[in-house]
Design a protein around this ligand. Structure first.
Ligand SMILES: Nc1nc2c(ncn2[C@@H]2O[C@H](COP(=O)(O)OP(=O)(O)OP(=O)(O)O)[C@@H](O)[C@H]2O)c(=O)[nH]1
Ligand SMILES: [Mg+2]
Length: 296
């Protein structure tokens, strides 16, 4: 039985690409759920990460980095951010302490309009000096919408407990929304596809990662291992050639990297088979996007 003091709520994690939103989600959960890479626009979906304790359930949403969309896929990614904010009991706006990039004025204006408490999280404090942090703090004050500002390092797990305590302060008394055993709303197939996508982001450069989509077409649990079949979708034949590489070596490395990570995630041996398929300009094709789980 849940106590009368049980809290539950939705917390939307938003910010520019690369600010460390997915790393922060993983830090909250103490588990690697969302994929993380040094490249911008790694996350393409809204991914729920559920933190369960006897007295609370926090449903975090990791979201794609906020950008001005240039093609249909990016438009859909920005829809996921809006949905996440609409449901939220609290919005965590993550900014990167390194460099001097701030959220776009337009996106800040949109967020300001929402009748939801917002807090500012300045991330990557392990990598920067005090004066630049001060600049970020002052920027936050000037926005006149954040209830508070917290300094963290999601990567080094610094001040995450303090942030969590603060988050709980904004959540209402409410029964759990999801089963208290659940870690996410997504299934193993989804995370398997994400892990392969992460390895594509890490192994290939320029447009390749952005031109790829991964679909898990088969997932068979056998006695001694899982057999995972995946299709990697690319936009052009030349990209297929690059993915495969000389004598198939690039694809072999990608498959090995993905399999190792998959085995870690699933805690079981994995046999991974990959096929590459060309779907011309899938990123701009509404029908294909719908098929791949992007809403229009
Ligand atoms: N030094 C340092 N690096 C961090 C920290 N948090 C995240 N990073 C790094 O920043 C990069 C981007 O991290 P992500 O978590 O993928 O960022 P994101 O905001 O989810 O990015 P998108 O999904 O592309 O919008 C990765 O290389 C992370 O390892 C941190 O606290 N300190
Ligand atoms: Mg991300």
């Amino acid at each position: 039985m849940e106590s009368n003091n049980h809290k539950a709520g939705f917390v939307s994690i938003i910010g520019r690409p690369n600010a460390g939103k997915s790393t922060l989600l993983n830090a909250f959960l103490g588990e690697k759920l969302s994929i993380v890479t040094p490249k911008a626009q790694t996350t393409r979906h809204r991914i729920l990460g559920i933190l369960n304790e006897p007295d609370f359930q926090i449903v975090f949403s990791d979201t794609p980095g906020i950008i001005k969309p240039k093609y249909e896929l990016q438009k859909s990614m920005m829809k996921f951010v809006s949905y996440s904010n609409e449901d939220a009991d609290l919005i965590i706006c993550v900014i990167d302490a390194i460099g001097n990039e701030y959220p776009e004025v337009e996106s800040i204006e949109e967020i300001k309009k929402l009748d939801v408490p917002k807090i500012l999280v300045i991330n990557k404090i392990d990598m920067t000096i005090e004066s630049t942090i001060d600049e970020k703090i002052n920027w936050g004050k000037a926005q006149d919408m954040f209830k508070e500002t917290l300094l963290v390092s999601a990567l080094k797990n610094k001040n995450i407990d303090e942030l969590l305590k603060s988050v709980l302060g904004y959540l209402p008394l409410h029964p759990a929304y999801y089963d208290k055993e659940d870690l996410s709303d997504r299934n193993e197939r989804f995370f398997a596809a994400e892990i392969i996508r992460e390895k594509i982001f890490l192994n290939y450069q320029q447009e390749i990662p952005y031109s790829c989509e991964v679909i898990v077409t088969g997932f068979k649990e056998k006695a001694d291992l899982d057999v995972v079949s995946a299709e990697i979708i690319v936009e052009r034949d030349t990209q297929k050639g690059i993915l495969i590489g000389k004598n198939g070596e690039s694809l072999k490395k990608l498959s090995t990297d993905a399999r190792i990570e998959l085995e870690k995630f699933l805690g079981r041996k994995v046999f991974l088979e990959t096929h590459i398929r060309v779907v011309k300009d899938w990123r701009s094709n509404p029908a294909m996007l719908k098929k791949y789980g992007y809403e229009q």
